[in-house]
Design a protein around this ligand. Structure first.
Ligand SMILES: Nc1nc2c(ncn2[C@@H]2O[C@H](COP(=O)(O)OP(=O)(O)O)[C@@H](O)[C@H]2O)c(=O)[nH]1
Ligand SMILES: [Mg+2]
Length: 318
């Protein structure tokens, strides 16, 4: 199957094709650039909800609840669970799969990802996968990431709406929400409210948030829920819907889409340029590297030298 056939199959909602395409992203398959750039233009208006927080906070259990809730509201939901800390699909991902039983029973598309993609980073692989899910027609994509340093920041750049999750009783209630993470949440969730102490944790978050910048007009809610019993889930869905409307009113979806397209274009252009330079006759690229190494040329002159060989692609416009 060539990439166009695969792309068509993804767009018709064929799950096996989608799963296969995501595997191609994970393996940095040589055709993945073509597939993603072909599907990018079909990028629909999927809403990406990112959920981050420490391991064990109940993110997967919460994802299960939310996915089912939105499915009941008639939305097409997909789940993507990303664990950059576990390169070989370890226990965390098995845990995710166990915790998402209701979503599975409801026939929701669930995918775990642990590996890096095309450009080496986790974020581009996730972005590529979001393009695929979006092209497959999912309205709501729920993205679970473990809060592990970099990944919270990455999820902020990738998701439209970010839920930061914590649980009561972690030290003074919010040990798990470290500096830096406080800024990224659109909604804060204190999960495991059934265990007690959620009020304390919520007011600790409120205090920490104090001067959080609300210049854009969004009042960040703190919701107490129990993914276990279902308490607070309706409220959380209401707050999520509020945020969706807020984003829509502020034209944020279009801005986001533009940003993603720009980033991907940059990635593709860089990839294409490097590939062409490496294919120049007479090993010109390697010879240039060598001349710079030997001090016969500096970076700036080397770049100018190489760029003059980048004529247009004679196939591009035909
Ligand atoms: N008591 C209680 N336990 C919960 C709740 N949500 C999740 N858990 C439990 O917390 C553990 C971790 O849940 P999981 O969803 O895998 O957390 P994740 O690592 O953040 O994805 C599991 O044993 C869950 O059953 C909750 O609301 N209340
Ligand atoms: Mg999990």
């Amino acid at each position: 199957m060539d990439f166009k056939e695969l792309a068509q199959a993804v767009m018709t909602g064929n799950r096996r094709a989608l799963a296969r395409a995501i595997t191609m992203v994970e393996n940095a398959h040589p055709e993945i650039d073509k597939l993603v750039s072909f599907l990018q233009s079909w990028n629909s208006r999927s809403w990406v909800i990112g959920i981050t927080g420490p391991p064990g906070a109940g993110k997967s259990s919460l994802v299960d609840r939310l996915a089912v809730a939105y499915t009941h509201k008639g939305r097409r939901v997909a789940i993507l669970a990303v664990d950059p800390s576990s390169p070989f699909s370890g226990g965390a991902i098995l845990g995710d799969q166990l915790r998402m039983e209701k979503a599975r029973e409801a026939g929701i598309f669930i995918r775990s990802m642990a590996s890096r993609g095309r450009t080496g980073g986790v974020a581009p692989a996730v972005e590529d996968t979001l393009v695929l899910l979006s092209a497959a027609g999912y309205d709501v994509i729920i993205l679970e990431t473990v809060g592990a340093g970099q990944s919270e920041v990455a999820v902020r750049a990738i998701a439209h709406t970010v839920l930061v999750t914590t649980v009561p009783g972690l030290g003074d209630g919010i040990q798990a929400i470290k500096a830096g993470v406080m800024e990224i949440g659109d909604i804060y969730v204190v999960n495991k409210a059934d265990l007690g102490g959620a009020d304390l944790a919520a007011s600790a978050i409120m205090e920490l948030m104090g001067v959080k910048n609300r210049a854009n007009g969004w009042e960040t809610p703190i919701v107490q829920v129990s993914a276990y019993s279902g308490i607070g889930i309706d409220q959380l869905v209401e707050d999520l819907d509020d945020h969706y409307r807020f984003l829509e009113a502020g034209d944020y979806f279009e801005q986001y889409r533009r940003k993603v397209i720009e980033e991907q274009l940059v990635n593709f252009v860089c990839g294409e340029v490097i590939q062409r330079l490496r294919q120049l006759p007479g090993n010109l690229f390697e010879l240039t590297v060598k001349r710079v190494q030997e001090g016969q040329e500096n970076f700036s002159t080397a770049v100018q030298f190489l760029l003059q060989y980048l004529g247009g692609d004679e196939n591009a416009r035909s």
